[in-house]
Design a protein around this ligand. Structure first.
Ligand SMILES: [Zn+2]
Length: 128
């Protein structure tokens, strides 16, 4: 079952490593809350991430801590016309689906995702 969660498992493990490192730097005895920012395009399953997190925090400074997640919208940048903004969503009427496009809405050039793909710790609440 866990094999299907490899991406979330390694992300949860990274988050915990960083949180423990930060907590030790501040001489904390435990971590109460971890505030996480998850990009909409990070391809992470939030439920799976929570599951892996709960599994991995046992016997660490993060035991019984709360994992708060906040979504971050994606942004693109166009090299040609310097447009910077939200990822345009294109609606495929025939199939009734909406999907993000990586095309600049101003000039039609292929654009690059500059945010929304990452997952990182925004802040930590620790107990000393
Ligand atoms: Zn452009």
């Amino acid at each position: 079952m866990l094999a299907a969660y490899m991406h979330e498992l390694s992300m949860a493990s990274n988050i915990i490593d960083i949180a423990i490192h930060e907590a030790k730097k501040r001489n904390a005895t435990s971590v109460i809350e971890v505030n996480l920012v998850v990009g909409k395009y990070s391809m992470l399953g939030l439920e799976q991430l929570c599951y892996c997190y709960d599994l991995l925090v046992k016997d660490t400074l993060l035991k019984n801590s709360k994992l708060n997640m906040e979504h971050e919208d994606g942004k693109i940048h166009c090299d040609k016309c310097k447009y910077k903004g939200p990822i345009p969503l294109k609606e495929e009427l025939e199939y009734h689906i909406i999907f993000p496009t990586l095309v600049c809405p101003k000039c039609g050039n292929p654009a690059e995702i500059i945010s929304g793909r990452d997952c990182y710790i925004k802040s930590l609440r620790v107990k000393k």
